[in-house]
Design a protein around this ligand. Structure first.
Ligand code: ZN
Length: 561
């Protein structure tokens, strides 16, 4: 039984119905034929950097697990509707129902100009990592304790466990920030790859000894072997070598040498091993097979590493998505064999954009790399000379996004430095817009089609008054924020543009009546929608999303308002 609050509403001619909650118990399942039967296991899958564009390009090629998802309910235009389309903010929206302005996860890293830690080299370290424990972290940004403390809102799992203490909540991912933002504050287990092994929150090894041991042995064995990078036949015709300005050659059959751990993350084997661990946990804990509803969140990270290193438009991403199709098929086969009433949702934390050089060859001559003059250090140095300031004037994590005034600027010069910084960015032909705090705080609330929100509205949904910068810089569309010159990554995401905002949102459960809705919905709609299936009321004023009715006809999953 979920003891629960029931929403009671009255319209009284108001444009928004007035609602109140009354406390009462709901049966865990209902005999009402108009109410959807409750799943015992919710599986939430996040494919890192799986853009709506990739889904569109490959959906006719899927024959296995992604084909099954394609036979369910499809929202090809889901949106991570905010501006800063990075991994941590994106994962924070999916199971909280809230945009980064509410989750507090405005970026992977933000700056604390007045409160630096001492860096490993003795210099101040201003960077704050989204998934670190600020009270327990080490002396620099590479030395931290992973934690959900920066997440300001509860996840679906947190809400479920509060209402149903017997429910189990598990998040498994390739990245700590993915597992933590999906799992939340009270998950039973949050597991992730730490660069050398799968690790987990306290007590993990005792709870799932077999799954951890097997997955780590499997990962070690894979890494220890050479990988010939065999290609599926449908990907071979995409072999087309391109030399990119960061030094790499992409679009070729990639081999990986034994011992190359980072290279392993950028292969389909990484996702396959994450999935093995997730399925191992399901088996070991009997998720979905106990008296209460359980949640299994799975963050598949390989698509992102592959997109960054090789770009999204080549043979490497083709091979990855075909392998992902097979990995998801293994998951479905395993869950089907357990006779668990389950529901799957699959989406992404953000979209992505191909390597500049391939875009230029493939019909997008406007694609370009950012000038290194736009990095905060470069502008900071110029402004320091202009204003006679000894030290930095600006801090930031790259050529776009949040930029912070340094605490080194004397109080009487801060306003003039801010004005000069805005002018310096606006003078660049690669900059679309620069917004100051006061402009962002006065931004209109979201309205109208999500894909057409103003840039300022998008930025406002990424804004946190304590964590955001003094100004936000947006690059023009098709300007990749990786300059010419040696770099590990050739392509990226993070922009305010729809190629980085738009992701598929797919639902499937046994017996689903399929439909496709081409108009925009948001990833923040996932939480209230899932909550409705497990009859877990969520106060509308606590979140940004809305419940989506996924049932066709008289049956409804969303609560009547
Ligand atoms: Zn990501």
């Amino acid at each position: 039984m979920i003891r629960s609050l029931v929403l009671v509403c009255s319209a009284f001619g108001l444009s928004v119905p007035a609602c109140a909650y009354t406390d009462q118990s709901l049966p865990a399942t209902s005999d009402d034929p108009n109410v959807h039967p409750e799943p015992k296991l919710i599986v939430a899958i996040v494919v890192d950097q799986f853009s709506a564009d990739l889904f569109a390009e490959y959906r006719s090629r899927f024959t296995l697990g992604l084909k099954r998802m394609e036979n369910g309910i499809i929202f090809p235009s889901g949106y991570q509707s905010h501006a800063a389309t990075e991994t941590c903010p994106g994962h924070s929206t999916i199971l909280t129902g809230s945009r980064p302005a509410r989750t507090g996860i405005i970026a992977n890293n933000w700056m604390a100009p007045s409160d630096p830690r001492r860096g490993a080299n003795g210099k101040p370290d201003y960077s704050v990592y989204c998934a670190e424990d600020p009270s327990a972290s080490g002396s620099n940004s590479d030395d931290y304790i992973a934690s959900a403390k920066h997440l300001k809102v509860p996840t679906l799992g947190d809400r479920l466990k509060a209402a149903s203490p017997g429910s189990r909540v598990v998040a498994v991912a390739g990245k700590d920030r993915a597992a933590i933002m999906l799992g939340g504050h009270n998950a039973d287990l949050m597991l992730y790859w730490d660069g050398k092994a799968f690790v987990g929150t306290a007590g993990t090894a005792a709870k799932i000894p077999a799954a951890m041991k097997l997955s780590n042995a499997s990962a070690a064995a894979q890494i220890a072997k050479d990988d010939a990078g065999e290609l599926p036949p449908i990907c071979s015709r995409r072999l087309h070598a391109i030399k990119v300005a960061t030094g790499a050659t992409v679009g070729i059959q990639k081999t990986r040498k034994a011992g190359d751990r980072k290279g392993w993350r950028a292969t389909p084997d990484f996702d396959s091993t994450i999935m093995d661990l997730a399925l191992g946990v399901q088996t070991e804990l009997g998720l979905g097979q106990g008296p209460a509803t359980d949640i299994l969140a799975i963050g598949l990270s390989a698509t992102d590493y592959i997109g960054h290193i090789f770009g999204t438009g080549g043979v490497e991403t083709c091979a990855q998505l075909m392998a992902l199709d097979a990995t998801l098929e293994r998951m479905f086969t395993a869950l089907d064999s357990k006779n668990i009433p389950y529901l799957v949702v699959l989406t992404a934390d953000h979209g992505g954009h191909d390597a500049v050089e391939r875009n230029q060859q493939q019909g997008l001559p406007a694609a370009q790399r950012v000038s290194s003059d736009l990095f905060p250090d470069a502008i900071s140095t110029k402004l320091a000379a202009q204003f006679g300031i000894n030290g930095a004037t600006l801090l930031g994590d790259g050529p776009s996004g949040d930029v912070y005034l340094s605490a080194d600027i004397p109080a009487d010069k801060r306003s003039a430095v801010l004005t000069a910084a805005v002018s310096a960015y606006r003078a660049s032909p690669q900059v679309e817009a620069v917004f100051t705090r006061s402009e962002i705080e006065a931004a209109p609330l979201p309205a109208g089609p999500i894909g057409e929100w103003s840039l300022l509205t998008r930025v406002r949904q990424s804004y946190d008054p304590e964590r955001s910068g003094d100004l936000v810089v947006l690059l023009k569309a098709y300007v990749t924020p990786i300059p010419d010159g040696p770099a590990a990554y050739t392509a990226t995401h993070g922009s305010v543009w729809n190629y980085d905002r738009r992701v598929p949102i797919l639902f499937w459960w046994p017996g689903v009546a399929p439909f496709e809705q081409p108009n925009g919905v948001e990833t923040v709609d996932i939480l209230p929608t899932l909550a409705s299936f497990i009859r877990l009321p969520v106060r509308a004023n606590e979140i940004d999303g809305r419940c989506i009715d996924l049932e066709i006809g008289t049956k409804k999953n969303c609560p009547a308002i």
